[in-house]
Structure formats: C-alpha cells, structure tokens
Design a protein around this ligand. Sequence first.
Ligand code: ATP
Ligand code: MG
Ligand code: FE
Length: 340
Amino acid sequence: MPILTIESTCDETAAAVINDDGTVLGECIATQELLHEKFRGVVPEIAARAHVERILPVIDTAIKKAGVKPSDLSAIAVADRPGLAGSLLVGVVAAKALALAWNKPLVAINHLHAHLYACQLAVDVPVYPCIGLVVSGGHTSLYHCTSPLDLEYLGGTIDDAAGEAFDKVAAMLSLGFPGGPAVSALAASGNPKAYDFPRSMIHKPNFDFSFSGLKTAVRYAIVGPGQTDFSKLKLADQTKADVCASFEAAVVDVLVNKSRKAVQKYDVKRLIVGGGVAANRKLRDGLQSAADSVGFDLTIAPMNLCTDNAVMGAIALEKIKRGEFASYDLDVTPGLQRGF
Ligand code: ATP
Ligand code: MG
Ligand code: FE
C-alpha cells in the first residue's frame, strides 16, 4: 500500500504518493521562489503563510495524480526537522490532521537524512554504508552512515552553509534568488584563478566547514570598505564571471577535500551527496575526479531530487520497516544547534 509524504521545511511545499516498493505514483511541488526573490533570501513569515495556502491543494494534486484514494494509503510521513519553525509547522499540522481524520499511522522524517536518501533512489545497489555529504541552503554536513537511518554526524559548517554563501554572493552581484544556479551559470565563462579566495578550514584535521570568511572575501573583492549598496555596483560582466568562478572553485575545493578525507578515514567504499548545491556541475565533476583517483564509488542525488522535494521522503519506508512511527502529538524540531 502506498504512503503519502509531505515536505514543507523551507520554501517548497511538496507532497508525493510512493508505493511500498519505492515507485513514485504521484507528486506535486509548489515553489515559492518568486515570493522571496525581491528579498534575496527566504523570508520565514512569508514562507509559512504561503505553505498554509498551498499545502492542501498540493497534497490533493499528488493524490489525484497517483490515482489513489485516502483509504488506499498505509501511512502519512512528514519532515519534522530541521527547518524554519513556521514552515515545518504547516506540514506537520497538515500531516497530523489527515492522519487523525483518515486513521493512518504517522511517520516523522529528518529532512537532511532524506536529502541523502535521494541518492539511494538513483541506483539499484545499496549505497549504505557510506559517507554522506549534505550541501544545501541551510546545511553543510558530513555523516558516517551505516544505514539510511543510522547516521553519525562528523562535522559541519560553523557559520554559513555552502548554499547560503552562493545565495549571498548572488545577492551582492544582483544575480537574483536562488543564487546557486545563477552563480554557477556565470562562473562557466569566468576564470577560477582570477581571485585567490580563502579555503577556510581546509587543512584542519576535522570535518567542520566555514564559509562566512569566503563570503566576506568576495565582498571586499567587489566593493570598497563601508560601501553597502550593492545595487549601485558597476562591475564588468567578465569581472562578475571571474568572481563567480573563483568563489565556486573555493567552495568546491573545500567540499571535495573534506569529503575525500572522511571517506579515507572511515574506510568506506562510497560517498553519497545530496541537497541543492549537489546540483552544481563543478562540484559533481570535482567529486567524481576525487572518486576516480582515490578509488571510491560516488552517488550524487539525481538533479531533480537535489533541491527540496517530497520524493526523497521515501526514507519513511525504511522507518516503517523498523516499526518507527511518530505519535499524534508530534511537534516540530527546527534545530538551532549543529549536528542533525
Ligand atoms: P536545508 O535542506 O538545509 O534545510 P534548503 O532545503 O533550503 O536547506 P535545498 O533546497 O536543498 O536547501 O537547496 C537550496 C540551495 O541550493 C540554495 O542555496 C541554492 O542556491 C543552492 N543551489 C541550487 N542549485 C545550485 C547550483 N547549481 N549550484 C550551487 N548551488 C545551488
Ligand atoms: Mg528552496
Ligand atoms: Fe533541503
């Protein structure tokens, strides 16, 4: 019997109906990019309100596309952590209400574990045990994963996430939101050696990251001290491209380096990579080169499952196999601390 999965952790409202063999029967995503674009980042209050308007139509569409009835569903799964509190709450409240009304068991999903599980959906072989790298808008974390649900946090960013840095650099260069795709598109015509941006913590013998210094270095490369109005910047197109390429190269260097070290230290055969930044072409190529030279297998989430979606909520099937259900008083866990 299929399950219904619900995702509302940040600025995508999504639902999917997934068969117990993993087949996706129906799916729907409503993105809020246009609502947040003029603010150059996700505004939590706007995101929560938009989720409220969209959650039921999105769920309804996914169920209709799947051609199932609520009575056909065996469980309702929802991402309850981590994310924006108001956004999470909309998904969790909807899931609880439907679970109660339809008399279905409830399953709670860790959104970051789900980002990694998107890799399992890409291949037929089991990807676990492995090292998992989550590179998204809010997180940059490495895990030692012995199964989809058993993840040991090895380290992560101590300040900004990689995706956030892409978004901030895009904002400084007036490239729109979300920034990752725009920065990497412009980087393609730039020189990655034009600016020698910092590779923070690359040689530290741990698995932590820091991207705020890099963001500041980009800022001082393009504006003078004290200048705050980026919209008045007049940069040549080639300069912008060079900044983007050099910034992207710095991010990729650190991510590839630390991921490779984690694979070697924990002596695993595979690296899996999920989250929005995993869609980045230079990162995918850099990780593949490391995998080829060191000799480990690499599985990156399929492009359509890198940014937020409800299909990766198929991880709920693993929880159901273990009999791990949530209670009807499930609350959200936004998570202000590191280490999810
Ligand atoms: P989290 O999963 O940490 O809660 P999130 O769900 O907001 O955060 P995702 O949807 O996984 O994050 O990813 C969005 C991020 O991915 C944005 O910061 C966006 O700029 C970045 N991104 C998307 N495509 C690319 C790309 N091609 N290159 C670099 N970054 C990208
Ligand atoms: Mg998003
Ligand atoms: Fe995400």
